[in-house]
Write a protein that binds this ligand. Structure first.
Ligand SMILES: Cc1cc2nc3c(=O)[nH]c(=O)nc-3n(C[C@H](O)[C@H](O)[C@H](O)COP(=O)(O)O)c2cc1C
Ligand SMILES: [Mn+2]
Length: 467
């Protein structure tokens, strides 16, 4: 899979994409259709007749494990945890992108005064949004001015006017780290925003890939071949050659415009009454013929955002625990309902006293867990962490509040609505050991049925009238 068109063809062949030919308004109507469809785990939607526009927009590309499996190049029956497991196996494999001379993303070029972001059917998603959001299922490419490290990061972009996009680079995110370096050099930061491409690149844009590692190299490792890239027209950045829409511009760390609010993945609006934000001053747009715009509802769980984060955050946490060489990790599940970020459930085989505590404290000390992760639950190996009724069982019959630990301070996401709006930088964390303690000499005796009698009564099933 090299581009959005390959993905659409694949989904169509599998019967999990619907073309919508009736006219739909980009102003709230499209997003509401997408959201209601996603709440029913419906198909990906390709809106071919958007009011005021000639080109289409796709939504709901990543809302089901089936479509995530297709994007990850796996059989569509693979479970979310199965897909994560494949990701974890990659370890630190990397394949760098390959430069090519040109590509379909250059079929049309708008420069200078011709630049017009309104040429694309960016939707208004939620009633209290500050405007239309151009960049949702997209990513922004930036380059570290010192090391040349190229980052792909998904950061929402509001359509402010014909040549300005709002940004929200949360503190410490890779684009923010880079922007501060450009600021110190007294230079604006060149950026490119990509809308519509191999969907894997969006998943990686939203993934918590470590600093100094390019998401392009991880995409190459997952695909088993390099991503083909071309030079920007006005920016010295590698652009996916098969991208649908490429917005090139610069961000000046010292310039601000009002941005937001936006209906965020927490199920609440963010950006209400917060600071003005940096913006992209757009210098050039290139696009394919009949470009396929791509957007996502973000919003209340479960949407594309929650599914992609459950996949990539869960895989990252799992991978980082494996890299710490802690024995006994069976599987990791970060539920989509918690956006893959706030809650992690880890299944393990205990091998020594304190082992469960080690896993709990390790989880919140990984690069992944040290951000928004608030609650970690460990369960014994007989419980699958995605089997929520069994996790509830463990929380009821194995968990003991006297053995849980509260960590008072850790890095938070400013979007966490469980914290007051003006103090969201620091969060508490809860470590819940829902295992039977390894060090107990006398463990509870599990009830198992007598196998001989099981065989016997099974033989009587029909006689008992139970078949
Ligand atoms: C649809 C969507 C929108 C997002 N919007 C933002 C945003 O506006 N600001 C932000 O800092 N992170 C946002 N994120 C989360 C980042 O993509 C994620 O933290 C990622 O790790 C950032 O890339 P980086 O690690 O290279 O900085 C969003 C994720 C998704 C899926
Ligand atoms: Mn990154």
């Amino acid at each position: 899979m090299k581009n959005m068109r390959d993905f659409i063809a694949k989904c169509e062949a599998e019967g999990i994409l619907k073309r919508i030919t009736a006219e739909v308004d980009w102003d709230l109507e499209l997003s509401h259709i997408a959201k209601l469809n996603e709440e029913k785990s419906g198909p990906a939607l390709l809106f071919e007749n958007v009011k005021d526009y000639d080109s289409p927009i796709i939504t709901s590309a990543c809302t089901t494990a089936e479509r995530l499996a297709i994007i990850m190049g796996q059989p569509k029956e693979t479970s979310l945890v199965g897909i994560m497991e494949e990701w974890v196996k990659l370890g630190d494999k990397k394949i760098e992108p390959k430069w090519v001379d040109s590509g379909p993303c250059k079929e049309n070029i708008m420069m200078g005064d011709d630049v017009d972001l309104f040429k694309f059917p960016a939707p208004k998603w939620y009633p209290k949004d500050g405007g239309r959001f151009f960049g949702t299922a997209h990513f922004i490419i930036t380059k570290d001015p010192e090391s040349g490290w190229v980052n792909l990061g998904t950061y929402r972009s509001q359509l402010l006017d014909k040549n300005h996009l709002g940004t929200q680079f949360i503190k410490g995110k890779h684009a923010d780290l880079m922007l501060k370096k450009y600021q110190a050099m007294g230079k604006p930061m060149p950026v490119a925003s990509i809308v519509g491409c191999d969907p894997l690149l969006f998943i990686l844009g939203a993934a918590r890939v470590s600093a100094f590692v390019s998401e392009y190299d991880i995409a190459g490792a997952i695909r088993g071949e390099p991503v083909e890239v071309v030079k920007g027209e006005t920016v010295d950045l590698p652009i996916p050659a098969e991208a649908e829409v490429v917005v090139e511009g610069e961000v000046d760390a010292d310039k601000f415009m009002d941005e937001g609010p936006f209906g965020e993945y927490t199920g609440y609006y963010s950006g209400v009454g917060t600071d003005p934000r940096n913006f992209i001053d757009v210098k050039c747009i290139t696009h394919r013929n009949n470009p396929i715009f791509w957007g996502t509802t973000v919003g209340r769980a479960v949407t594309d955002t929650h599914m992609t984060m459950a996949l990539s955050y869960g895989a990252a946490l799992w991978q980082q625990l494996v890299a710490m060489k802690i024995p006994g990790i069976r599987s990791v599940y970060c539920p989509p309902e918690g956006s893959g970020r706030f809650l992690a459930i880890i299944s393990m085989k205990q091998m020594y006293p304190g082992h469960a505590d080690q896993v709990l404290t390790a989880a919140i000390s990984t690069e992944m867990g040290a951000y928004g992760l608030k609650t970690v639950i460990v369960v014994d190996e007989d419980i699958d962490p995605w089997d929520i009724p069994r996790v509830m069982y463990a929380l009821s019959f194995r968990f003991q509040p006297n053995r849980c630990q509260i960590i008072k301070r850790g890095r938070s996401t400013p979007l966490d609505p469980s914290l007051p709006i003006d103090s969201r930088e620091i969060t508490g964390r809860l470590l819940m050991d829902a295992t039977i303690p390894y060090d107990w000499k006398d463990k509870p005796i599990p009830i198992t049925l007598d196998p001989d009698i099981v065989e016997k009564v099974k033989g009587r099933w029909a006689e008992l009238g139970l078949e």
